[in-house]
Design a protein around this ligand. Structure first.
Ligand SMILES: [Zn+2]
Length: 352
C-alpha cells in the first residue's frame, strides 16, 4: 500500500519560563509583531499582577498598546472584545491572565489572524500553551479553535502570587494525562484511531514527573510553580505533536465537561479533572488509589459534597459524559453507563 500518512504540527517558537522572565515580552513582541501596535487582553486583577508591566514595557519600546480588561470567557465577552478592538490595527495579541483571559485572547488572535502570545498568571491548566479556547454560552462550555501561542512567557515570580488552589489544579490537569492516554490507546485499538507513541510517552512522562514529586508541591514555593508549569508546557508539546488534544484529554475531561454542563461552577477545571481521573482509572482497572492519594497530598478533594454538588448530578454526569463529544471514544463507551454501575463506581472511589 502506498504511504499516505501525514501530520501537521504547530509549536510555540519562543518559550520563556522561570523567575522574572516577564521582561522578555519585549523580545517576543519584537520578533513577532507585524507592526508597532499591540493588544493586551487581561482582567482587573491580572492586569495589576502582570498586564500593566507588559503595557509599560512595550510603550517604553515605542509600541502603541491597547489594553482590554475583560470578564468571563463567554461569547458575549468575546463579541464585545472583537467589536471594541476592531478599529485598532494590531500586529499582535497578548493574553495576560489565568484561564479566561488567555482563552479570549487566543480566540481573538485566531479570528483576526494575528500572532498570539500567552502570558499566564496562574499555572492552573494546560490551556496556557494550547490552541484550544473554552468559551461558554448559557452555562455550557464549547471548545473552540484558537491561535497556537507563538510565544509563552511563564514568569514563576508572577505565578507564585496566584492562590495555591490554582497550582494544585494545574498539577491535577497534568496528572489527568494518565487516563487520557489510556483512553487514546483504547480508541486506537478499538476504533483504529491514529496514535502517536512519542506524544503519548511525553504526556505520560510529564504526569509521572508531577506524581513522583507530589510531596515537593508546596504553597508559596516558586520551585513548585516551576515543576507544574514546565510539565503543563510538556503536555502542550505532546498535544502539538499529536495534532489534537488526545494526549491530555480523555474520559476524565468528558466527565469534567459533563459536570460543567450540569451547571457546576465552583470547581476549577483541574479539580473536576482530578475527580474524573480517579473514576477513569477505576474504570480502566488501574491503580486509582495511588492517584487519589496524590490528589489528597495536593489538598484537592474529590468528594462532590465538599463542593456542594448533589449525588444525582454527579451520577448523571458520569452516565452521560460519553455523549459530550461522541467522536472521542473512551472507556465510557458509546451508551449511557448503567445507573447501578455508576453509583457503585462513584461510591467505591469515594466521590459520593
Ligand atoms: Zn485540562
Amino acid at each position: 500500500m502506498e504511504f499516505q500518512k501525514f501530520r501537521t504540527m504547530h509549536f510555540p517558537r519562543d518559550v520563556y519560563i522561570g523567575h522574572d522572565v516577564l521582561d522578555h515580552i519585549v523580545d517576543v513582541v519584537g520578533e513577532n509583531c507585524r507592526n508597532r501596535n499591540a493588544i493586551i487582553v487581561s482582567g482587573d486583577i491580572t492586569y495589576e499582577l502582570a498586564g500593566r508591566k507588559v503595557h509599560d514595557l512595550l510603550e517604553t519600546y515605542g509600541y502603541e498598546v491597547r489594553a482590554f480588561l475583560v470578564g468571563n470567557a463567554n461569547y458575549d465577552t468575546l463579541e464585545k472584545l472583537e467589536s471594541e478592538s476592531l478599529d485598532f490595527q494590531a500586529g499582535i495579541v497578548i493574553g495576560v491572565g489565568g484561564g479566561a483571559k488567555i482563552d479570549l485572547a487566543k480566540k481573538l488572535a485566531f479570528d483576526r489572524k494575528l500572532p498570539f502570545v500567552s502570558v499566564p498568571t496562574a499555572p492552573s491548566h494546560d490551556g496556557i500553551a494550547s490552541p484550544r479556547a473554552s468559551l461558554r454560552r448559557n452555562g455550557v462550555s464549547y471548545s473552540e479553535e484558537g491561535a497556537m501561542p507563538i510565544g509563552v512567557i511563564a514568569d514563576t515570580a508572577v505565578m507564585i502570587k496566584a492562590p495555591y488552589r490554582y497550582l494544585a489544579a494545574g498539577a491535577a490537569d497534568v496528572i489527568s494525562n494518565l487516563s487520557a492516554v489510556k483512553d487514546w490507546k483504547l480508541a486506537h485499538r478499538l476504533k483504529g484511531e491514529e496514535f502517536s507513541s512519542s506524544a503519548a510517552a511525553m504526556s505520560e512522562y510529564s504526569a509521572q514527573e508531577v506524581l513522583s514529586q507530589i510531596n515537593e508541591i508546596k504553597k508559596y514555593e516558586e520551585s513548585s510553580v516551576w515543576l507544574v508549569t514546565k510539565n503543563i508546557l510538556a503536555s502542550g508539546t505532546a498535544m502539538a505533536i499529536a495534532g489534537n488534544s488526545r494526549p491530555g484529554s480523555g474520559s476524565e475531561h468528558l466527565f469534567a465537561h459533563a459536570l460543567e454542563a450540569a451547571g457546576v461552577e465552583n470547581m476549577l477545571h483541574g479539580e473536576m479533572c482530578a475527580m474524573g481521573t480517579v473514576i477513569s482509572m477505576y474504570l480502566h482497572d488501574e491503580n486509582w488509589q495511588q492517584i487519589k492519594e496524590a490528589f489528597d497530598t495536593l489538598g484537592i478533594s474529590i468528594r462532590t459534597r465538599d463542593y456542594g454538588i448533589n449525588d444525582e448530578t454527579v451520577i448523571n454526569a458520569l452516565r452521560t459524559a460519553h455523549s459530550i463529544r461522541p467522536e472521542r471514544y473512551t472507556i465510557l463507551g458509546e451508551s449511557d453507563m448503567s445507573y447501578d454501575a455508576a453509583v457503585k463506581a462513584l461510591e467505591l472511589t469515594g466521590i459520593i
